[in-house]
Design a protein around this ligand. Structure first.
Ligand code: SF4
Length: 330
């Protein structure tokens, strides 16, 4: 049974200024599922809808963002949660941190700069569970960070005393303290150098393998997905363009946009220049008709300008939305 089922989701930002209303179609007709015990990667350029997808899946939907159509259903240990209907109280009491936790880019945003790390752990645990015995709480947190390969001394440091990689490890330790069903990792290694990045990704992989939970890894960096993700979904301009197990998507990408993303990955020894796509992603307040990728697609046809391509099942968990792929299947 899937941990999460997203069906035909439309999540838009609607603003009204001086009587003029503006709708930004940030997520449009996206359907996907997350299975227990997997790392699912979401890839795509800036403005492709990754951040909005995170907001919806993590239950941080605030006006002007609203779910207009579709459903977002979780099957947690304590019961089902429908993100379109769940109350803030329920999210606070049973979902945030306990079932869904979040590792964001730049750990300083989650760590309080004027509180030692142990105090931030204390804030989190006392808010969501309560602390009846302080000594037991300290032992529990020391055990937890030790299991993640962090020295317990780190708990008595201020965030600014730690390196960027160590801070990100601490943020991961906080996100996993309640052993949540889903960890959403949003560009978790973007600000780190390559060596530190490898260590942080390895830690995420080890935690997932040990606890068999689900990780939603959101990053524009296809090399990170190639190293870590079990399945990858490619987003462009608010729509899911292709989805497949990693080995398929990296060896046999079908969608022209995915092919571009993968062909731009560096290959050791290859000194030839990489071609870039013409143009920029569209304004989602006024997205192009038909396939949203058509103004930049090198193989676009006339029909692409008017007809939205349907998501086609290609077998083996591989799906793609492109008129040419549909043609090849017939
Ligand atoms: Fe390109 Fe057309 Fe396929 Fe869109 S539907 S990716 S424009 S060929």
């Amino acid at each position: 049974m899937a941990l999460l089922e997203v069906k035909e989701l439309k999540a838009y930002y609607k603003t009204e200024m001086y009587g003029i209303s503006r709708i930004v179609r940030a997520i449009d007709e996206v359907s996907l599922d997350l299975q227990p015990n997997e790392i699912y990667g979401v890839a795509g350029e800036s403005s492709c809808g990754k951040t909005t997808l995170i907001k919806v899946l993590s239950g941080t939907i605030k006006p002007p963002l609203k779910i207009y159509e579709g459903s977002v259903n979780y099957q947690f240990k304590h019961g089902n949660v429908d993100m379109a209907k769940v109350s803030n109280e329920e999210l606070q009491k049973n979902v945030r941190w306990k079932e869904i936790s979040y590792v964001m880019q730049g750990s300083m945003s989650v760590l309080n700069p004027v509180r030692k790390i142990i105090k931030t752990f204390e804030d989190i645990i006392s808010t969501h569970e309560g602390i009846s015995n302080h000594k037991e709480f300290v032992e529990r947190i020391k055990d937890h960070v030790k299991k993640l390969g962090l020295p317990p001394d780190v708990l008595y440091s201020y965030p600014h005393e730690l390196s960027g990689g160590m801070r990100q490890r601490v943020a991961i330790a906080m996100a996993t303290v309640f052993h949540p069903s889903l960890i959403i990792a949003d560009e978790p290694t973007t600000a780190l150098d390559v060596v530190v990045q490898r260590g942080v990704l390895q830690l995420l992989k080890e935690i997932q393998a040990e606890s068999k939970n689900t990780v939603l890894l959101v990053t524009h960096d296809m090399a990170v997905h190639a190293n870590v993700a079990d399945r990858v979904g490619i987003m462009y301009a608010g729509r899911l363009m292709e989805e497949a197990p990693s080995e398929i998507i990296f060896k046999r990408p079908r969608h022209p946009y995915t092919r571009h993303l993968i062909s731009s990955l560096p290959v050791i020894g290859d000194k030839s220049g990489k071609s870039s796509l013409e143009g920029t992603p569209p304004n989602l307040a006024n997205p192009p008709e038909g396939c949203r990728f058509h103004p930049r697609c090198p193989v676009a046809e006339e029909a692409c300008k008017t007809k939205v391509p349907a998501m086609r099942d290609l077998g083996g968990g591989h799906r793609a939305a492109c008129h040419l792929i549909q043609g090849a299947q017939q």
